[in-house]
Design a protein around this ligand. Structure first.
Ligand code: SF4
Length: 342
């Protein structure tokens, strides 16, 4: 049972206090009795306590920086959406395979942005550029936003913002079950609330610091009850002893829990396990005892952006994974939409 995240240390950038949410968060964290330090910019958050790199890494993951998002150019977010909407970066989870380990380098603290109105304004401009097409925004590219939102409610604001647009859709994915404050958000059906799910073996061995599967599924049922379109990302799909049974059990559990009204508008996304050489090095450093298999010789090399290729499963394994999981989904959820397998 994972408790809702409470940071051990909070940094507040002075400019954050020029925004109502910055002031609100400062007061809230003071009342909670948290240790708060002021800093001039997030690059100055250097004094994360810890005797060695590993301790610093762990402490950073419990540190929250309240800041202002300066870059308002959104990254693209294929294949799940047109744009990544930046509400926060970093995550308190400790998934061994998480790509944030490489993208956030040695300072993996969590940073939440208080200039939400400016961020929404930018989203509005992107939507207008693409009208009459729908524009989808992904809110969980750089963090597990649900996992920190019980503190900030910026995701809740985003849900309500997109609820009031004609051309915008919001989506995000989470491994946390702390969704209660989002149940009464006025989403108007424009947010797809997704949960990351996996076979027991993967969750138990590689996803410490996140909610157990049963809690995620319980939360999914609540979210469906609140009328949100629901989705699941099965990722990373990982070959391990008994993987066929493991994934079968996953879908059969989901089948037992999901109420009929949640099944008609439901999506699945599937991502097989992959790693890059730089990611492998970081994972081995941050989680030296991990059982995660990353043997280049067993995998197929796929060229990637910026010359950093990734190692994915061999063609026959990939086809087997895809076919097996798609069959389970088709059998249990015939009306679901499988958005992609990658
Ligand atoms: Fe990374 Fe998501 Fe795990 Fe957080 S919950 S560590 S963002 S994979």
């Amino acid at each position: 049972m994972v408790k809702p995240f409470v940071p051990q240390l909070v940094y507040i950038e002075p400019r954050a206090l020029e925004y109502p949410l910055g002031v609100e968060l400062k007061e809230k964290f003071e009342k909670m009795g948290l240790e708060i330090r002021e800093t001039t910019s997030h690059n100055q958050v250097r004094n994360i306590p810890g005797k060695n790199d590993l301790q610093k890494y762990r402490n950073a993951k419990s540190t929250l920086v309240v800041g202002v998002r300066k870059t308002l150019k959104f990254d693209s977010s294929k294949p799940s959406a047109e744009y990544a909407i930046p509400l926060a970066t970093g995550c308190m989870g400790h998934c061994h395979y998480c790509y944030l380990q490489t993208t956030m380098g040695s300072k993996p603290y969590i940073r939440t942005y208080v200039n939400t109105e400016e961020i929404f304004q930018q989203a509005q401009e992107y939507m207008e550029e693409r009208t009459p097409q729908i524009t989808r925004f992904e809110a969980s590219c750089t963090s597990d936003i649900v996992g920190i939102d019980h503190l900030t409610h910026s995701l809740k604001r985003a849900i309500e913002f997109f609820g009031n647009t004609d051309m915008g859709r919001l989506r995000f994915v989470t491994k946390f079950h702390h969704v209660d404050h989002l149940l009464d958000a006025d989403h108007k059906g424009k947010t797809r609330f997704r949960f990351s799910i996996n076979a027991d073996y993967v969750i138990k061995n590689f996803e410490p610091g996140t909610s157990p599967l049963d809690k995620r599924l319980e939360a999914a049922v609540k979210v469906a009850g609140a009328g949100y379109p629901l989705g699941f990302i099965v990722a990373p799909i990982y070959i391990h002893e008994g993987w066929r049974e493991g994934y079968y059990e996953l879908f059969s559990k989901l089948d037992q829990l999901l109420p009929p009204e949640a099944r008609d508008d439901i999506t699945f996304e599937m991502i097989q396990h992959r790693f890059t050489k730089p990611a492998k090095r970081v994972i081995e450093k941050n989680y030296p005892k991990s059982k995660l298999e990353m043997n280049e010789d067993d995998r197929r090399y796929k060229w990637g952006r910026y010359g950093i290729g990734k190692y994915i499963y061999q063609k026959d394994e990939e086809a087997d994974l895809r076919e097996t999981l798609e069959t389970y989904i088709d059998d249990f959820f015939p009306n679901a939409k499988i958005e992609y397998f990658t």
